[in-house]
Design a protein around this ligand. Structure first.
Ligand SMILES: NC(=O)c1ccc[n+]([C@@H]2O[C@H](COP(=O)([O-])OP(=O)(O)OC[C@H]3O[C@@H](n4cnc5c(N)ncnc54)[C@H](OP(=O)(O)O)[C@@H]3O)[C@@H](O)[C@H]2O)c1
Length: 263
């Protein structure tokens, strides 16, 4: 199936590695012009070079910390200016510090609020004028399966992701009449640097090894293994493509069956 993405202009944030990188790479492989971002300049430049080498499409790289108040709006303007427009926005950042409620400080909560909710709010707010000029406007927020089933030792994510999903659904309803689609993907356990760090954290808490923790985690997933970032990207790229033109307001779990509830 041709996803009709050739020449479309996409910004994927938090994309120097992990889920965002896989999505940006796949969009580029489908012929979209892409902009990527991350905080670390060297990691972002390396990601840009790898995508360019693999696909030959135009890739623009930007460096900023999206938890800082002015950064999301600046990134939207810079990316839209570099690409002369914006059709697709995929909002994503790294996750917050792990920890239990009683370990969390006021500063942790405010930091996570800026990282996990306000980065999406600020980017989408600034992107709307550009998206209104697109013929295929689409926004995808990347959240977590924690929205449906809290993950142990991740109180900040468990609490704030739900707000981002509430935002996504509200925007789908408010802006559907203008043809702008909003969806969210709730990733399950996917093999990225973040998950490796989380497993190291669990291992030092439980006096085990990261490999043992990964094995325990995999045993709790119906498919018995973690996802690859590419398995996540196939779903994300379809959802933002014109082929998903009648899908909006959807919260799609890509989780290998880790969620145990009926809905
Ligand atoms: N992987 C999973 O199993 C899983 C499951 C559920 C939810 N999630 C969530 O999905 C998101 C992506 O996960 P991932 O596994 O791909 O994470 P990751 O491997 O840590 O990658 C995160 C990406 O975002 C960038 N980034 C981090 N903080 C940023 C910030 N403040 N501003 C701008 N860029 C930032 C990172 O680059 P720099 O470090 O250079 O900034 C990197 O490119 C996270 O929010 C994570 O919590 C992941």
């Amino acid at each position: 199936m041709d996803l009709l993405l050739k020449g479309k202009k996409a910004l994927v944030t938090g994309s120097s590695h992990g889920l965002g990188f896989a999505v940006a790479s796949m969009l580029a492989a489908e012929g979209a012009e892409v902009s990527i971002n991350g905080r670390n300049q060297a990691a972002m430049a390396s990601a840009r070079d790898r995508i360019l080498k693999a696909t030959g499409v135009n890739v623009h790289g930007f460096t900023s910390d999206l938890s800082n108040a002015g950064a999301p709006a600046r990134l939207i303007d810079d990316a839209a200016s570099a690409m002369s427009g914006l059709d697709i926005l995929i909002t994503n950042t790294g996750g917050p510090h792990p920890g239990r409620f009683e370990d969390s400080t006021e500063a942790d909560w405010l930091g996570a609020f800026n990282l996990l909710l306000m980065s999406h709010v600020r980017m989408i707010h600034q992107a709307l004028p550009y998206l209104r000029r697109s013929s295929i406007p689409s926004v995808l927020t990347i959240t977590s399966f924690a929205v449906k089933q809290p993950i142990s030792n991740l109180v900040l994510s468990n609490s704030l992701r739900a707000a981002t999903v509430g935002l996504t659904k509200t925007l789908a309803l408010e802006l559907g009449p203008e043809g702008i689609r909003f969806n969210s993907i709730l990733p399950g356990w996917t093999d990225t640097e973040r998950v490796q760090t989380l497993m190291q954290n669990r291992a030092s808490q439980n006096k085990t090894t990261p490999e043992e923790e990964l094995k325990k985690q995999a045993a709790d997933i119906a498919l018995g293994r973690l996802a690859t970032p590419e398995e996540f990207a196939y779903a994300a790229v379809f959802l933002v493509s014109p082929r998903a033109s009648y899908i909006t307001g959807t919260m799609l779990s890509v989780d290998g069956g880790v969620l145990k509830g009926l809905f």
